[in-house]
Design a protein around this ligand. Structure first.
Ligand code: T1G
Length: 707
C-alpha cells in the first residue's frame, strides 16, 4: 500500500479509498496500489467483495494529465492502464465502484472494468479526453459501447460531454443511485451482490448493434464532428475507435484504440490542448495576490447602461444568482434594454438552454431603475455606458457619491484608461476594469484590468467572481486596448492592408477560417460594427505617427455608411438571415481607393495572409508580455481562445508561435519588416527568445520562478 490508496474493512467488504488530491488522478502509484488491494482481497477468505471509492470531493477524474508531457518528451516511458483494468475485471470477487463528483476519463474506464457501479445522484460521468486532443486510452472506447450502446458511446467519446448520474443510470452505465451516504450505500450494495455471478463488461455484446445500423451512426457522427469540432483530429479518432469495438473482438479493439490514442497523444493538437487545460487554471494565479487574499462578498450588483453590453452583463449576474439593479437614463432606453433581455432569454428557452421557470426567476432578479437611489445596497457596480471618457468620468463621480464604502466600482470599457476613470472618484483603490465580450451572456472571457491603485482585495474578488459567473477571468494591465484589443488592432490592420494590396476580401477571411478561426478578420469587423473602430481611430488620430502607413478601407466604408451587419452592408452585403454575401461593389471601391493611394496590386497567397495576420498578433503579444501588461504568454493564449475565436487546438497565438518555432516566426517578421517598414519592427522579447533558441513557454516558466 502507499499513501495514495488506503484499504479498510467494513466486516466482509473491503473498502479501497483513493486519496490523491486534488482530483484523485491515476498518478503513478495509484493503479499499482489498487491492484495490490484487489489481490489482497481475493486471497482473504473473510472478504466477499470490494468497494473502490474516492476521498474528498470527487472520484477519479482521469489519468494524471501532468504525466503526458513527460511521456511525449520521452522523459518517462509510455505507460498503459489496460493490464491494470483487466486485472480488476478478472478479480474473482466482485468489485463495486462508488462514484461521487466526477468519474472522468481513466476514472470511468476503471469504473467500467469494475463489475458494478453505484453513484450519488449529483455525480458527473464522462470521457472528456477529446478536449485534450486525445481519445480514451484505457479501453473506454471498447467497454462504453458495450454498456450504453454504440450511438451514446460515440457521442460521449467524440464530443467529450459528461452525462449526469441519473442519465447514466437510465443508460445502464450505473447500476444504482445512492441517496445519502455513498460509502455505506455502496457497501450494502456490494454485500447484496456478493454471491451473484460476476458480470464482465468486455464480455457483453448485446448493445454493439448491427453493421448496417452502426454505419449510419458513424457517418452522422463524423459529419457532426467535422462541423462542430472543425479542424480537430481527436473526435474523428474517437469515432474510429468505437467503430473498432463493433467490428473486432475486445483485445483487437483495444489495440486499435491504443494505436489511435498514441497518434493523438504525440500530436501538436494534443500538446496545444493540454497547454490550454493547465493554462485555464494558471491564469487564476496572480503572483502578488496570493490565495487567501480577503475577498469582498458580492451578493448584490448594479449595472449602469442597459444597452447591448449592459443588458448582457445584467443577465450574467442574474444567471449566477446575484440580483441586479439595471439603470439607464430614461424609461424608453430602459424598456428597450429590458425588452432585449427578455428576447435573449426567450431564445435561450427555445434552444432548451434554460427552463421557463429559471428564466422567470432570473427576470424577477433584474430590477430596472432610473436613479442611483438604491445603489447604496450594491456590493459591486459595473458601468457599461457609451465609450467616451467624459461620460464615464461623470458616471464614476456619481457612483462615488451613491455607493457604500467598500463597494467595487468596475468599468466595462474596452479601450479607455482605467486610471483616468478612477481619478473621477475619491476611492481609486476600488476601481477596476471588467471587460466583458459581446454577447456578454455568451462569451466566456472576462478581461480584468488592473489600475495603478486597484486594491488586492478588489482584484482577488473579481478573479474569484469570474468563476462564479462562468467566465474565464484573466488579469491584464492598463494599456490602450488592454491585451485582447491591443493585439487585435495589428491583426485587423494587416487584414485590411492585404485587401488594399490586391487580396480578395473573401480570400482574406477564408485563409484565417481555414487556419481554424471561428470567423475571418473582415467579417468580424462587420459583426462588431466597423463604426466602433472608426470612432476610436478618429478620437486617437492625434496619436498616429506621421509617415506610418494606416489602413484606409474601413474608414472609407464607414464614410459611406457601411458599418457592417448593423447597416446590412460592410465588407459584405447581408441578407435578412444575416448571411454574408460577397459584394463586388466593395471590391471595386477598394481597387479604386488603392489605385488612388498608389498601392501596387499583386497576387497574395493564403500562407502570406495567415502569416501576416497571425504574426502581427504574436509580435504585439510579445511587446505586451515584455511591458508587463500580461502576466504570462499563456494568459494571452487564454484571452484569444475565449474572446477572439482562436482555435483551441493551436493553443493560442503564443503557443502556436512556439509550435512553429520562434526562429522561423522571427525570421518571417524580419522579412515583413523589410517589406512593410516600421509597423513590423520585431518585438525585442521575440528577438531575444528566437536568438537564444527559447520559447514563450520557457519565458513563462522562468518568470514564474522569478515571481
Ligand atoms: N490530472 C492532473 N491534474 C488534474 C487533473 C488530471 N486529470 N484534473 C484536474 N487536475 C488539477 C488541475 O490542474 C488543478 O490544479 C486541480 O487539479 C483542480 O482542478 C487513460 C488518457 C475534475 C472537473 O480530462 O475536468 O484519463 O491548478 O481547477 O474546477 O483514457 O479538473 O490547483 O494546481 O479544474 O473543480 C481525462 C480533467 C484525463 C478531467 C474538477 N480527465 N479535469 O474541476 O478543479 S485523460 C479529464 C477536469 C485520461 C484515459 C485518459 C476538472 C474537474 P491546480 P480544477 P474543478
Amino acid at each position: 500500500m502507499n499513501n495514495l490508496v488506503r484499504v479498510t474493512r467494513d466486516n466482509d467488504v473491503a473498502v479501497i479509498t483513493v486519496d490523491n488530491p486534488p482530483v484523485n488522478a491515476l498518478s503513478p502509484g495509484v493503479p499499482q496500489a489498487i491492484e495490490a488491494a484487489i489481490d489482497e482481497m481475493n486471497i482473504d477468505p473473510a472478504i466477499k467483495a470490494a468497494v473502490i471509492i474516492g476521498a474528498g470531493r470527487t472520484f477519479i477524474a482521469g489519468a494524471d494529465i501532468k504525466e503526458f508531457g513527460k511521456m511525449t518528451s520521452g522523459a518517462t516511458p509510455r505507460r498503459t492502464l489496460l493490464p491494470f483494468l483487466l486485472h480488476i475485471e478478472d478479480s474473482v470477487k466482485p468489485v463495486v465502484i462508488a462514484i461521487h463528483g466526477t468519474a472522468f476519463g481513466g476514472g470511468l474506464e476503471l469504473a467500467m472494468a469494475g463489475h458494478y457501479r453505484v453513484a450519488s445522484p449529483t455525480a458527473q460521468i464522462g470521457q472528456p479526453e477529446v478536449k485534450l486532443g486525445i481519445i480514451p486510452g484505457a479501453a473506454g472506447t471498447q467497454r462504453l459501447p458495450r454498456l450504453v450502446g454504440v450511438a451514446k458511446a460515440v457521442e460521449m467519446c467524440a464530443e467529450g460531454k459528461p452525462v449526469s448520474a441519473p442519465d447514466a443510470a437510465a443508460l445502464g452505465l450505473i447500476d444504482s443511485l445512492i441517496d445519502g451516504d455513498l460509502l455505506s450505500g455502496a457497501v450494502a450494495f456490494a454485500r447484496g451482490i456478493a454471491d451473484k455471478p460476476i458480470p464482465k463488461t468486455r464480455e457483453r455484446t448485446t448493445k454493439l448493434g448491427t453493421a448496417t445500423d452502426n454505419a449510419a451512426v458513424f457517418a452522422a457522427a463524423r459529419d457532426a464532428a467535422r462541423k462542430k469540432q472543425r479542424g480537430m483530429k481527436a473526435p474523428l479518432a474517437a469515432i474510429d475507435a468505437v467503430e473498432a469495438a463493433t467490428r473486432m473482438p475486445f483485445e483487437e479493439g483495444c489495440q486499435a484504440e491504443q494505436k489511435l490514442f498514441t497518434e493523438c497523444l504525440f500530436s501538436d493538437q494534443s500538446k496545444a490542448l493540454i497547454h490550454v487545460f493547465f493554462g485555464e487554471r494558471e491564469v487564476g494565479k496572480i503572483p502578488d495576490v496570493p490565495k487567501g487574499t480577503p475577498v469582498i462578498a458580492v451578493n448584490r450588483v448594479a449595472v449602469v447602461g442597459s444597452g447591448t453590453m449592459g443588458g448582457g452583463i445584467a443577465m450574467v449576474f442574474a444567471n449566477a444568482g446575484i440580483p441586479v439593479l439595471l439603470k439607464d437614463v430614461d424609461q424608453a432606453a430602459l424598456d428597450a434594454g429590458m425588452g432585449k433581455i427578455r428576447k435573449n432569454y426567450a431564445s435561450s428557452v427555445q434552444r432548451g438552454r434554460f427552463t421557463q421557470q429559471f428564466v422567470d426567476e432570473r427576470l424577477q432578479s433584474i430590477t430596472p431603475v432610473l436613479t442611483y437611489d438604491l445603489f447604496s445596497d450594491a456590493d459591486m457596480v459595473v458601468e457599461a455606458v457609451f465609450e467616451g471618457m467624459a461620460l464615464k468620468k461623470s458616471v464614476f463621480a456619481e457612483l462615488d457619491r451613491a455607493c457604500k464604502p467598500g463597494a467595487i466600482l468596475a468599468s466595462n470599457t474596452s479601450t479607455l484608461n482605467i486610471d483616468e476613470i478612477a481619478e473621477a472618484t475619491s476611492r481609486p483603490e476600488a476601481v477596476i476594469g471588467t471587460h466583458f465580450f459581446s454577447p456578454a451572456n455568451v462569451m466566456r472571457l472576462l478581461e480584468i484590468v488592473r489600475g495603478k491603485k486597484s486594491s488586492k482585495e478588489v482584484i482577488a474578488t473579481c478573479m474569484q467572481l469570474s468563476k462564479k459567473l462562468g467566465k474565464v477571468g484573466v488579469l491584464v494591465g492598463n494599456c490602450r486596448g488592454f491585451v485582447g484589443n491591443r493585439m487585435f488592432g495589428p491583426y485587423r490592420r494587416e487584414a485590411q492592408f492585404l485587401a488594399e494590396e490586391g487580396a480578395e476580401i473573401e480570400a482574406v477571411d477564408r485563409a484565417l477560417v481555414d487556419f481554424g478561426n471561428a470567423m475571418g478578420p473582415l467579417a468580424t469587423g462587420d459583426l462588431a460594427g466597423l463604426d466602433v473602430g472608426w470612432r476610436i481611430r478618429k478620437e486617437y488620430r492625434h496619436l498616429e505617427k506621421p509617415g506610418i502607413r494606416q489602413p484606409f478601407a474601413e474608414d472609407r466604408l464607414c464614410e459611406l455608411g457601411r458599418y457592417g451587419q448593423k447597416t446590412t452592408k460592410g465588407w459584405y452585403r447581408y441578407d435578412e438571415n444575416r448571411r454574408a454575401n460577397a459584394d463586388p461593389e466593395v471590391a471595386a471601391l477598394v481597387r479604386k481607393w488603392s489605385a488612388e493611394a498608389g498601392i501596387p496590386q499583386r497576387q497574395i497567397s493564403a500562407e502570406e495572409i495567415v502569416d501576416r495576420c497571425i504574426y502581427a498578433l504574436v509580435n504585439e503579444g510579445a511587446r505586451i508580455l515584455e511591458e508587463g501588461f500580461a502576466l504570462r504568454a499563456v494568459d494571452i493564449d487564454i484571452i484569444y481562445l475565449n474572446g477572439y475565436g482562436f482555435p483551441a487546438y493551436r493553443g493560442g497565438p503564443m503557443w502556436h508561435a512556439d509550435t512553429v518555432g520562434l526562429q522561423k516566426v522571427y525570421q518571417r517578421i524580419c522579412e515583413f519588416h523589410q517589406q512593410h517598414g516600421e509597423l513590423w519592427a520585431p518585438a525585442p522579447l521575440l528577438q531575444r527568445l528566437a536568438e537564444s533558441g527559447k520559447t514563450f513557454a520557457e519565458f513563462d516558466k522562468e518568470h514564474a520562478l522569478a515571481a
